[in-house]
Ligand binder design. Structure first.
Ligand code: SF4
Length: 396
């Protein structure tokens, strides 16, 4: 299963404005000129044509396409015609007659709302709506372009357009946010009844306006105890609402786990197209554990490289050695609710996880951060889910 299919991620860097906490490869494009849009889409299609052969299988035929993820940035700022060009080209590049999850990230704005029926018509069957909070004061402090009323309207429009799966993003530990406010966000989210919820703690990324504000003491962020209480509340409320926490930041109703997102945790091939996109290449003779490629983050450089028929990679391909692959296999598996299955790990790396990570596993068990089953399978404990980054750091 690991290598028999491919997922394609497409990064669209344009946003109505750049949020002060954002560290993605984005540019503010309040008015996206048609020529700029066309040039970017043309470049994506050139990149697809140039790179898809790496994702052929050993027989030379393409891996079957399992998922397309249109992310960003704000991909719904592109017209339906532009997105249709991209999706059609990806479908033509890889065989596939099975179910194809096609996700579009959507931000709540009038422009995008009006395009939802056309996005559905071109084959998008899953939308991920960047709600972030149902509190206008929090949205304002986050520098978001939308307000709660627009989020409600966009969610309702997604329902009306008939998308079979609707996910929403919630941010927590935002400036000025308190536990009661987060509880209210969860209530509003559950009232809507999404199929999937992604919940991310705000992180202060260096080089962002928020990092500068934090260094000047101008951001009033929840302390660690309050952030932990928020994590516990999110898990408890969403579980009570019928969601499974199938990954550290992702919750789904039965049957609604994200096919594309799972590819990253399961180390399956992903072709990433566009500015700042990451790709995970399948194993080959030269890279028996696979490889990673990161594209340049600057739009002009990306467009110039494509125009000159040069690869848009920011640096050399990172070929995984066995150590790196084992570490990634361990911590990525631990992100998911299945955990790290000892027999699966042994079949890929020849020995059980304990043979490579014994002291770390013992430390984490002792600290109550991991649970171990009889056969050596490992999962994050309830406490481990609160301090997941510390657990993952033991494996990389
Ligand atoms: S809308 Fe999302 S991708 Fe765009 S700037 Fe804000 S956080 Fe970043």
């Amino acid at each position: 299963m690991r290598n028999s299919t491919v997922g394609v991620y497409v990064h669209i860097p344009f946003c109505e404005r750049v949020c002060p906490y954002c560290d993605f490869a984005v540019i503010a494009a309040p008015e996206l000129a048609a020529a700029q849009e066309t040039r970017y889409v043309d470049a994506l299609l050139h990149e697809l044509a140039a790179r898809s052969s790496v994702y052929q299988d050993a027989s030379g035929s393409g891996r079957h396409l399992a998922s397309v993820y249109l992310g960003g940035g704000t991909p719904s700022r592109l017209t339906p015609e532009s997105l249709a060009r991209i999706v059609d080209a990806i479908r033509a590049a890889f065989p596939g007659d099975g179910p194809l999850e096609t996700t579009l990230e959507v931000n709540p704005s009038t422009l995008e709302r009006s395009r939802l029926p056309d996005f559905r018509a071109l084959g998008v069957n899953r939308v991920s709506v960047g709600v972030q909070s149902f509190d206008d004061a929090v949205l304002k402090r986050l520098g978001r372009a939308h307000r709660v009323e627009e989020a409600h309207q966009t969610l309702a429009a997604c329902r009306a357009a008939g998308f079979p799966a609707i996910s929403l993003d919630l941010l927590f530990a935002a400036p000025g946010q308190r536990l009661a406010g987060l509880e209210s966000d969860l209530d509003r989210a559950l009232e809507f009844g999404p199929d999937h919820v992604s919940s991310y703690e705000l992180t202060i990324e260096s080089g962002t306006p928020f990092a500068l504000a934090a260094s000047r003491g101008q951001l009033s962020l929840p302390d660690e105890d309050e952030a932990i209480a928020m994590m516990e509340t999110i898990e408890a409320r969403l579980r009570a609402g019928g969601f499974e926490r199938y990954e550290i930041s992702n919750y789904a109703r039965p049957g609604f786990q994200a096919v594309h997102n799972r590819r990253y945790w399961e180390r399956q091939p992903v072709l990433g197209l566009g500015v700042g996109a990451f790709s995970t290449e399948p194993p080959s003779a030269a890279a028996p554990f696979g490889a990673r490629v990161s594209n340049v983050r600057d739009l002009r450089t990306y467009l110039d490289r494509i125009a000159q028929r040069r690869p848009p990679a920011a640096g050399p391909t990172e070929v995984f050695d066995a150590d790196t692959a084992r570490g990634e296999a361990a911590f990525l598996a631990l992100r998911g609710s299945r955990g790290l299955l000892a027999a699966e790990f042994e079949s890929e790396f020849g020995r059980l996880p304990r043979a490579f990570f014994g002291p770390a596993i013992d430390r984490l068990l002792e600290a109550g951060l991991l649970d171990e089953a009889g056969g050596g399978d490992l999962r994050l404990s309830a406490r481990g889910r609160l301090f997941a980054d510390s657990v993952f750091a033991e494996f990389v």
